[in-house]
Design a protein around this ligand. Structure first.
Ligand SMILES: Cc1cc2nc3c(=O)[nH]c(=O)nc-3n(C[C@H](O)[C@H](O)[C@H](O)COP(=O)(O)OP(=O)(O)OC[C@H]3O[C@@H](n4cnc5c(N)ncnc54)[C@H](O)[C@@H]3O)c2cc1C
Length: 230
């Protein structure tokens, strides 16, 4: 985990210390009998699939497919985890619908867009990420700024006693478009739905600053963050 340091205190029921290194405001400590770490998944492209026999191009990153999920063999598609584009259930479902349209109707309105897939982690605190990170945007030559707001500034976080966390926008300089929405803390998973809409429809800071969300919900943070940033 980037930005975190885990220190296991010893055997048995010794405490596991998880420290937030970046910013290092506070140390969290949990007592745990066991720690299971399972980060990262890779597409399973074993020999049993017979890809070589079919002449389908693949690599360790999965079956090579374009944004319409077409492999190098025109009538064969690769959908879901196996193409390594976005290894999430709703991403597989989106690709499934796209390819079903292509096969049955010969048309689908748009390609698969991996960057707009909401990624959520159902932990405490919860995490979410939609769109580009600052690093990914810069790697594509996009100049960006970051706008942040602490969860604790919203009434909902205080009412629920979960003030820790933040929301971050990655904003394209020039256009003002919010190209990444990332959050950790209360209701982060729910916030990903609006994050998806913001990124998918290329909304600007100004657009989001003019939205209205019900009070007291944590959605207000999106509007207030944008309002403070324009
Ligand atoms: C522990 C865990 C937790 C997850 N939690 C989430 C979550 O909270 N949210 C989320 O969005 N995603 C989650 N995912 C990811 C999600 O499960 C996958 O992205 C999704 O299932 C991908 O769908 P798929 O159809 O591409 O592949 P799969 O669902 O893996 O389906 C592939 C199928 O192909 C079969 N198969 C494999 N090889 C062969 C073969 N040679 N011949 C015939 N059949 C074969 C398999 O048995 C399987 O039934 C999680 C994954 C894991 C492992």
């Amino acid at each position: 985990m980037r930005g975190f340091k885990c220190v296991v205190g010893g055997r048995g029921l010794e405490p596991l210390n998880l420290s937030h290194v970046k910013g290092a405001a506070r140390h969290f400590t949990w007592r745990a009998e066991q720690v299971v770490q399972a980060l990262g998944r890779v597409p399973h492209v074993s020999a049993s699939l017979g890809l070589e026999r079919a002449g389908i191009a693949y690599s360790a990153g999965g079956i090579v497919a374009d944004d319409w999920c077409r492999t190098n063999i025109g009538h064969i598609y690769a959908v879901g985890d196996v193409n390594g584009k976005s290894m999430l259930l709703h991403a597989a479902e989106r690709q499934n619908r796209l390819v079903t349209d292509l096969i049955l109707r010969g048309y689908t309105p748009e390609p698969f867009r991996a960057t707009e897939m909401p990624m959520t982690v159902f932990t405490r605190p919860a995490l979410m990420s939609v769109g580009l990170s600052t690093e990914a945007a810069q790697a594509q030559g996009i100049k960006v700024s970051e706008e942040r707001r602490q969860m604790r500034w919203e009434d909902r976080a205080l009412i629920m006693g979960e003030p820790e966390g933040l929301v971050k926008f990655v904003v394209a300089k020039g256009t003002g478009r919010v190209i990444g929405v990332h959050a950790v803390g209360i209701d982060a998973v729910s916030l990903s739905t609006v994050g998806h809409l913001i990124v998918r429809y290329g909304l600007t800071l100004q657009d989001v600053s003019l939205m209205t969300f019900p009070h007291p919900t944590q959605f207000e943070i999106l509007n207030t963050l944008a309002w403070n940033s324009v």
